[in-house]
Design a protein around this ligand. Structure first.
Ligand code: FES
Length: 124
């Protein structure tokens, strides 16, 4: 068993997610809501770097269930908090499904005017 009942990671410093949503504000919002419920010591929210799923974000990952959410909007956070973090029921409509390993999407990078700057699958 880990140190926390649930541990949430939000991609705040990758190449893409912070440009697809205000992910720093996501961290602040979830921390505030958890504190209001007296859950801040049980459910931890951390900033994260890139998960190598760029273009599918903003990405949010919840452990210990190992549930990955993609395309998360600010308005989705309260549902993730109530359904998953508090009640243990992952929000299926937001669940990210992709082959295991890195899944960066260069076309989506273009859409938001960004270029990949590195990551585990960078060649050369
Ligand atoms: S920038 Fe968020 S997964 Fe890469």
């Amino acid at each position: 068993m880990g140190q926390y009942r649930r541990h949430v990671f939000i991609c705040t410093t990758g190449d893409c997610c912070p440009f697809q949503g205000e992910t720093e504000a996501y961290v602040a919002h979830l921390r505030k809501r958890l504190a209001e419920r007296g859950l801040a010591k049980e459910i931890r929210v951390n900033r994260s770097g890139c998960f190598s799923q760029c273009g599918h974000g903003p990405m949010v990952v919840v452990y210990p269930e190992d549930v990955w959410y993609g395309g998360v909007r600010m308005e989705d956070l309260d549902e993730i908090l109530l359904e998953h973090l508090v009640n243990g029921r992952p929000v299926e409509r937001l669940r990210y499904k992709a082959p295991r390993g890195p899944n960066k999407d260069p076309l989506r990078y273009e859409k938001i005017g960004r270029k990949p700057t590195g990551g585990p699958e960078k060649k050369g």
